[in-house]
Design a protein around this ligand. Sequence first.
Ligand SMILES: Nc1ncnc2c1ncn2[C@@H]1O[C@H](COP(=O)(O)OP(=O)(O)O)[C@@H](O)[C@H]1O
Ligand SMILES: [Mg+2]
Length: 262
Amino acid sequence: MPDINAGIRNNESGMRGFVSRLDDDFVVKVPHWFRNATPKCIKENCSKGILHPNKFASVEDYYGHHIMTFDNIAIMKNATAPGTYTRVGRPFEIPYASGGFRYYTGHYLPTCANLPQESFDRLAKNFKELNQIHSGRYYYEPDTENPNNFLIFNGQFRIVDDLDPIPIEEPNNLSTMVKPLLIKIATEEEAEFMPELVPMRKEILRKSIIAATRNDLPQPQSYSEEAFIDRAIELAGLEKDALEIKNAMNEKSIGKIEEIFR
Ligand SMILES: Nc1ncnc2c1ncn2[C@@H]1O[C@H](COP(=O)(O)OP(=O)(O)O)[C@@H](O)[C@H]1O
Ligand SMILES: [Mg+2]
């Protein structure tokens, strides 16, 4: 168990709860309506906690698993310590107009665009693993509406928050990568085309497509997923259509993909 006395610091919010670092190894997530939870109260409740087996253990970079829960409080592995990290999009707590957009363009986008291909490959590999896990006909997908459910730590993407069950086989594909990384800035906030952001977005899209191809992620399964990919192509300033990219992906031709991005 984490040392609760290490104190709670760096509260980070989502729609549902706030997450506090307990120590380098663990964080605690407390629902907003339970805000009066103090470290003392958490400590007292730990003995009442229930341990949960991790169904998603094979998804290496998924940190949203509730190791233990008690009274709606959940203990999870810490995805971001020790060290600095980047939240994908703009942080939920920093409004768009007062620093959020600056974080998105000046911090998130360059950090993400400069990650090596291996980081994207690894994210795609996580999705491939996740696509294998199901309970009956329910498969799982990360919550891509809120890009903050993806973090960049130590050159790696890490996924947090609950995974959503969905009655579709192998639901994770290229759109699961580009939606948080390129389309969303925050929940209910979508990216706009800006010429000055094209070079960074192009890099993110190129590396995502190569990663999805190398890891044999399935093709998108719905019009809305296809629409996300079309939108990502626009944001990246490519004058190509999705079909050309889809064909290159089907042929598994990294050469052709590189050609499209030249
Ligand atoms: N396991 C974790 N390790 C480190 N930081 C986390 C972890 N889980 C969540 N966070 C941080 O807290 C934020 C909110 O957590 P999240 O689980 O997404 O809450 P919500 O359900 O309210 O969206 C995340 O965007 C992330 O910055
Ligand atoms: Mg979240």
